[in-house]
Design a protein around this ligand. Structure first.
Ligand code: GLC
Ligand code: GLC
Length: 823
């Protein structure tokens, strides 16, 4: 069942009913100011850091779900309603939410009034605009009042939810004309406040929640809109809110626009602003807030800011586009998957409807992988991100597992010891170099451990990454796992019996010999990439060393990491196999199968170049199909663990079929998909892709439940009672890996050092398509005639001339190159 539809022309998902299977959200903001907004206007806003600078309040775990946001109440005669359906839930004659690129438009109509609100964050501003358009759709004159409503958060979102003995006494506001100022803690150490203004005369305001809502009332019963008159309440402690009353009279067919602006303002010595407007230091200096409101004080100004946002997105999304007969494929590639990659760039794993914004910092592993999904969109910011991340690496090549975005420093509480982290740095830099050709980044001097005294070139950082794995091998020549590898829940050195203890940071079995076949496969890929980088710098000795190390690791995987029909997953603390047919549960795990094959391990060729079908790579992926396959995607392992296995850690704590215990982790399905393209099995690859990709799941939204336009981290696996139900949408490495997979392997267009590789493997269902790719300043128009035959590879014509191989040499900046691929 569908609850809306894609409007590809407008780059929007159009939600047609408020009762979706879960709140379906969007993100506003592209630089420093961000908002989460659901299809019923729930969510919250923050400046830079969702924990430390939260402007508005949101309650996770609330009843009903998603009941905090920015709302507009309409008082029309005796009728009171909210245009976003929530919180009042009055029946609407029309409801529609359009989630677009950095904006959301929510429209509700009732009793002859249509209220449409466009929410967005203008480029260059630290503010959310809420442009409300009210139209009288009846045939008589209408006089009515509109009440805005939002609840301020006392800045630190964690403290806000825990420290009531202090917080309920500190709330402070000012009101000046139509602008409401939230200034809690400004009298002491804060140099920032929030402003909520509207470009119209107001008939009153409220800033005290109890006055507006009542103490025992729900938001749906809020007193002020029901009474129809604002009380001009001034918050003093308790719960500061922002609410304006605007009265209007509209003739039939007449419309009125109101531009509400919720902004964040700093007064600092750096921006030359006095903190106070008066000597007594009681009145805040409003100069910058007033300038902000003035910049957005007309419909025209708001519209111009909105248009600029559209241009920004058109420009971003033009780097890679596809035209094919498959609309679902087109919309994922051209719009939504790239959009989600940008959101993961901005948010990392901080703020979503499954991440509270007060938890995790930026992950070393997560951010280096996210980079692969957005490097073609914003290469300059990718460069900066690489240097920030590398600066948190430790001198032995290991890494802080997380760092804080405000300070850019490694997080001491979590520390290091996730032994897959180092290799991800090489994999991220490899993606950046191939995209940009910016070899100069390798000579940047970057600190280790954020300590300038330990700074070395970025190339040296990569060398240390490479060496780290080599220096940390176990008895089978496979990498030691440390606290965990990519799978954060495979904790082979934590034997925990205490509820609540962290599986990841409690290493109570230090000195163990637990080894990871996943890191082995990852090392084969990364060492190969590092060897190429070394070669290109003329460091042939290092290149040879790396190639030898990769070959040895490949060998170790095939000898000690092979179970007979698939790759083992690990050796545990005692040296016992994990992921073996000899066990009753967890017999086969997805991660090493996909990653080994994509790294080329176990791929054998006949003398004529065709692949050997009995080679380990084929057997591994056939086993994946047979044992991990399901109608909703490939599960992480099978059979799932039914009871707690102390020696495996968190993985077995999840009920069977959820998360890392047999859930469908949409982040690692792509590794298998890429693996299938390596084996020339495009049809199979595309099949796996379609099972987890949201646009193809739109028709079963009632099963899938989360947004049909973005990936979720996990879909419940075949052993779960709710097989097919997704969770943790938006902030997941799934976004980047699926974009890499579809753009570079299925459609097959990827940047390399010396040219653009064109090597599609998508099977027969997409018989022809055109990819337009901008790379290094030139435009490549690649038209593909695709038989989809298993094992066939493209032959290329470049500007009408056949070339050998599948690499189109880079053209001069400004050139347009026509490529014809046939297979
Ligand atoms: C989460 C984490 C990621 C990890 C994955 C598997 O998505 O963010 O770092 O690799 O889970 O455990
Ligand atoms: C839990 C989750 C995993 C995530 C990790 C982040 O282990 O299951 O997906 O990566 O927490 O800390």
């Amino acid at each position: 069942m569908k609850f809306g539809h894609f409007d590809d022309e407008a780059r929007e998902y159009v939600i047609e009913t408020p009762v979706t299977p879960y709140p379906w959200i969007n993100y506003l903001g592209s630089e420093d100011f961000f908002s989460l907004i659901s299809h019923t206007a729930g969510g919250y806003t923050f400046y830079k850091d969702a924990k430390m600078r939260r402007l508005t309040r949101y309650r996770y775990n609330d009843i009903p779900t998603d009941s905090g946001g920015r709302y507009f109440f309409i008082k029309d005669g005796d009728d009171v309603w909210t245009s976003s359906w929530l919180p009042m839930k009055k029946d609407l004659d029309f409801f529609e939410t359009r989630h677009g690129m950095g904006y959301t438009r929510i429209t509700g109509e009732r009793g002859g009034l249509k209220v449409s609100t466009l929410y967005f964050v203008p480029l260059g501003e630290t503010a959310e605009v809420q442009k409300v358009t009210i139209t009288n759709t009846s045939d008589s004159e209408k006089s009515f009042s509109l009440f805005s409503y939002l609840e301020f958060c006392l800045w630190n979102a964690q403290d806000d939810q825990t420290n009531y003995q202090r917080n309920l006494s500190i709330g402070e506001v000012e009101v000046d004309g139509s602008a409401i100022y939230h200034k809690t803690e400004y009298r002491e150490r804060r140099d920032h406040y929030a402003v909520y203004g509207v470009n119209a005369e107001i008939a009153g305001f409220d800033t005290d929640r109890e006055t507006f809502v009542g103490l025992y009332e729900t938001l749906a019963e809020a007193k002020v809109p029901h009474a129809g008159q604002a009380q001009n309440s001034m918050a003093s402690g308790w719960y500061p809110i922002g609410s304006h009353q605007v009265d209007s009279t509209l003739q039939p067919g007449e419309s009125r626009d109101l531009v509400f602006v919720l902004g964040y303002v700093e007064n600092t010595p750096e921006n030359g602003q006095e903190k106070w407007a008066d000597d007594a230091k009681q009145v805040i200096n409003k100069t910058r807030a007033q300038a902000l409101l003035a910049r957005l004080s007309t419909t025209e100004a708001a519209d111009a800011a909105f248009d600029a946002l559209g241009v920004y997105w058109t420009d971003l999304l033009s780097a890679y586009t596809v035209t094919s007969p498959d609309d679902k494929l087109n919309r994922m590639v051209n719009i939504w998957n790239q959009y989600q990659c940008m959101v993961t760039f901005n948010m990392s794993r901080s703020a979503s409807y499954f991440e509270t914004g007060i938890g995790r910092g930026m992950g070393f592993r997560d951010s280096t992988q996210d980079l692969l999904g957005f490097v073609h969109l914003i290469p300059d910011r990718a460069r900066e991100r690489i240097l920030d991340i590398a600066a948190t690496q430790l001198p032995d090549g290991s890494a802080y597992h997380q760092y804080q975005p405000l300070t850019k420093r490694g997080n001491n509480e979590l520390g290091s010891g996730f032994n897959d982290d180092p290799a991800w740095l090489i994999i991220g830099v490899d993606g950046y170099l191939k995209e940009t050709g910016d070899d100069g980044i390798l000579d940047e001097i970057v600190p280790f451990d954020n300590n300038d005294a330990l700074a070395e070139t970025l190339y040296t950082h990569l060398t240390r990454s490479f060496e780290f794995t080599r220096n940390n091998l176990g008895p089978h020549g496979l990498p030691l796992i440390g606290r965990a590898d990519w799978n954060d829940c495979l904790n082979l050195n934590c034997f925990s019996t205490t509820p609540g203890e962290s599986f990841q940071t409690t290493e109570n079995q230090a000195g163990g010999v637990a080894e990871s076949t996943f890191i082995a496969a990852q090392f084969v890929l990364a060492a190969g990439q590092y060897a190429t980088i070394a070669d290109r710098r003329g460091d042939t000795a290092q290149a040879t060393l790396a190639r030898t190390a990769a070959a040895e690791m490949s060998e170790a995987l095939l000898t000690h990491g092979w179970d007979g029909d698939w790759f083992l997953r690990a050796y545990d603390f005692y040296g016992n196999k994990v992921g073996t047919a000899e066990d009753t549960e967890g017999q086969i795990w997805i991660e090493p199968q996909g990653f080994a094959v994509l790294a080329g391990v176990g791929v054998e060729h006949n003398p004529d170049g065709t692949p050997v079908k009995t080679s380990p790579a084929f057997r591994a992926l056939d086993s994946v199909d047979r044992l991990l396959g399901s109608e909703h995607g490939l599960v992480l392992q099978y059979p799932a663990y039914k009871s707690y296995r102390i020696e495996l850690g968190e993985v077995s704590t999840y009920p069977p079929g959820y998360k890392e215990n047999g859930g469908i982790f949409c982040h690692n399905n792509p590794w298998v998909i890429i693996g299938e393209t390596v084996l020339g099995r495009g049809a199979k690859a595309f099949d796996h892709y379609r099972k987890i990709t949201p646009a193809y799941r739109e028709d079963i939204s009632e099963v899938h439940r989360t947004e049909p336009y973005v990936y979720a981290q996990m879909i419940a696996g075949k052993e779960a009672s709710r097989h097919g139900e997704a969770k943790n949408s938006w902030l997941t490495g799934t976004a980047a890996w699926n974009f890499v997979t579809v753009s570079q392997y299925l459609l097959g267009v990827r940047t390399d050092y010396d040219g653009l590789v064109v090597d599609p493997q998508i099977g027969p269902d997409v018989a022809e398509f055109t990819v337009t790719r901008q790379a290094r300043g030139a435009t490549y128009v690649i038209t593909v005639a695709n038989s989809g035959r298993e094992g066939s590879r493209a032959s290329l014509e470049v500007d009408g001339v056949a070339i050998a191989g599948r690499t189109v040499p880079y053209a001069a900046a400004g050139a347009t190159v026509q490529v014809r691929a046939t297979l």
